[in-house]
Each structure stands twice: as C-alpha cells, then as structure tokens.
Design a protein. Structure first.
Ligand SMILES: NC(=O)c1ccc[n+]([C@@H]2O[C@H](COP(=O)([O-])OP(=O)(O)OC[C@H]3O[C@@H](n4cnc5c(N)ncnc54)[C@H](OP(=O)(O)O)[C@@H]3O)[C@@H](O)[C@H]2O)c1
Length: 283
C-alpha cells in the first residue's frame, strides 16, 4: 500500500528538477498527479513519463505568475480527478547572481511574480478547495535566504523569506481548519537551477568555491522528494505550520568526510558540470 493512495496532488513547476522528482515520488506512493510548468511540450513529456511508469497523471501548462492560469490548473485537477488533496507550490526562479542594482527591474519583477505572487495564487486556489472540506495539505517551497539576507541573491532570497513568513501566517490564521500548511526546505539539490545560471560580469570570483560546495553538499532531487512524501502523507495529519527540512547534518558530514577521503587518496573530483554564463550589468 502506498503512503498517498487515493490522494490527488498538484505540483507546480513539476516538469524537471525537484518538482518532477516530487511528482515521481507521489505517483510511486499511489497519488494521482497534475503536472504543470510554463512549457506545454515539457508538461506532455513529464505526463507521458509518469504514465509509462504506471502512474495516473494529467498535465496543463500553467505560468504561476498569472492568477487565471493557476485557477485554471485547480479547475483542471478537479475536472480530471474529482478533487485535490495536496497542493505543492514548487515553481521558482532566480535572477543573475550579482548586486541588486546590476539586474533589471524586469528581472526582479519576474522573481516577484513567480516566487511571491505564484505562491499566493497557488495558496488561494488550494485553500478555496481545502477549507470547506476541512482537509488538505498545502506545501510551499522556500530556499536560500528564507532565514535572513543573502547579498548577491537579493531578489531570490527575499522572495523566499516572504514565502516563509506568508506560509507561517497562513498556518496560524487557519490553525483550526483541519488543513495542513507547511514550509518545505529541500537543502542544496543538483538541478538546472544550480548548474545553469547567469552571473553579473566581475562577480564570478565570488562563486569560486561554488562547484566544491555543490560536490560536497548537493544532493539528488530524489532526496527532498522522499521528504515531500512524508510532508503530504498521513504522518502530518493534525499538524500545521511546520518547516519541513530535508537538509541533514549527517548527510552534510558524510559529504565532507567523502571529500577528505577523496583528497587524501587523490581521486578525481566528480563535480556536476556547472554552466555559469557571465552577463553585463544593466545601466
Ligand atoms: N535546487 C536547489 O538547490 C534549491 C534549493 C532550495 C530551494 N529550491 C527551490 O525549489 C524549487 C524548484 O527548484 P529546482 O532546483 O527544481 O528548479 P529548476 O530545475 O529550475 O525547475 C524549476 C521548475 O519550475 C518551472 N517554472 C519556472 N518558472 C515557472 C513559472 N513562472 N510558472 C510555472 N512553472 C515555472 C520550470 O519549468 P518551465 O521553465 O518550463 O516553466 C521547472 O519545471 C524552486 O522554488 C527553488 O527556488 C531549490
């Protein structure tokens, strides 16, 4: 018996990276899945992949920065599967790495619209379904910066601090509603977000140790995905307001020990390929 048998889940930004791994894990545990991202071809591909693995899945392109598209996603889930039990606001993006004045207001706004407004629209759509029936799990993805300021990643980090605070407040407002409302922190995960990004010219040196950090602390998306199963399962029934963290000091320590052994034994480093593109600052 799966931990999510009979449940219907919507995961935003679920065509690759952590979102896809969460979708795969949910399907393995018996959930019916609604896949989405901005790219229709990627949605179709992910749905096919889940169905081929024996899962029940349907998908709709949805840019979370547009409220009507998020509402359409919720309607699509109900039309296809009759209900929604789990809503995971996972979709997120970042600006180029660098000082705040070096990227455009347009790029800043993209982060705000996706990471902040997307979570707000998703939370609204989910709670409209969950509150009348006094059940459901709403899970919002935080990330670097949710605990405090992160210079050179200001737009992204501030957006995650907003998500953290917003989700905590929601959980308190609806503490007696029967709905579980959680923040989820995946730790450092090797995905496109980590391996393909822009850096403002002249700031590349600040990321000199980044490949080593990724090698030592970065984990596969399957790791947070298994924690996301726990978050959505009956293990969290009756709970709300939790920060569900998939970072583990044991894993971090194990990564460091492995790195020391590698250095002592002079083995070659298996660093994931990191594609850092230098871009000029905006004037
Ligand atoms: N990787 C990490 O180490 C890490 C650490 C902490 C937190 N996180 C958070 O975890 C989440 C997933 O990250 P990831 O590393 O898996 O990123 P990723 O590999 O870049 O995948 C992001 C997913 O979101 C979709 N997406 C982006 N913007 C969207 C939008 N406006 N509307 C709908 N879908 C959108 C992407 O598809 P399309 O481009 O086709 O839309 C893709 O499916 C993000 O919220 C990120 O901030 C990641």
């Amino acid at each position: 018996m799966g931990k999510l048998d009979g449940k219907v889940a919507v995961v935003t930004g679920s065509t690759r990276g952590i979102g896809l791994a969460i979708a795969e894990a949910y399907v393995r545990e018996g959930a019916e899945l609604v896949i989405s991202s901005r790219t229709q071809g990627a949605v179709d591909e992910a749905v096919k992949h889940l169905r081929e693995a024996g899962g029940k899945a349907a998908g709709l392109a949805c840019d979370v920065s547009h409220q009507e598209q998020v509402q359409a996603l919720a309607d699509f889930a109900v039309q296809n599967f009759g209900k929604v039990d789990i809503w995971f606001n996972n979709a997120g993006l970042e600006t180029a790495y660098g000082p705040t004045m070096s990227y455009s207001a347009e790029d800043f706004n993209k982060v705000v619209q996706t990471n902040i407004m997307g979570v707000y629209y998703g939370s609204r759509a989910a709670l409209q379904l969950f509150l009348p029936r006094h059940s459901g799990k709403l899970i919002n993805m935080v990330g670097k910066g949710y605990k405090g300021p992160e210079p050179y990643q200001n737009a992204y980090a501030s957006s995650k601090a907003w998500v953290f605070s917003f989700t905590k407040a929601l959980a308190r407002e609806y503490a007696d509603s029967g709905v579980g409302i959680f923040n989820f922190s995946p730790g450092l995960v090797v995905t496109d977000m980590l391996t393909h990004f822009d850096v403002i010219e002249g700031h590349e040196h600040r990321l000199r140790v980044f490949p080593t950090v990724v090698r030592v602390l970065g984990r596969k998306p399957e790791y947070p995905a298994s924690r996301a199963v726990w978050a959505a399962s009956s293990a969290t029934d009756g709970k709300t307001g939790l920060l569900i963290n998939s970072f583990s000091y044991h894993m971090a320590l194990a990564g460091m020990v492995k790195e020391v052994i590698r250095l002592i034994t002079r083995q070659p480093a298996e660093t994931p390929e990191i594609h850092m593109r230098s871009v000029p600052p905006v004037k």
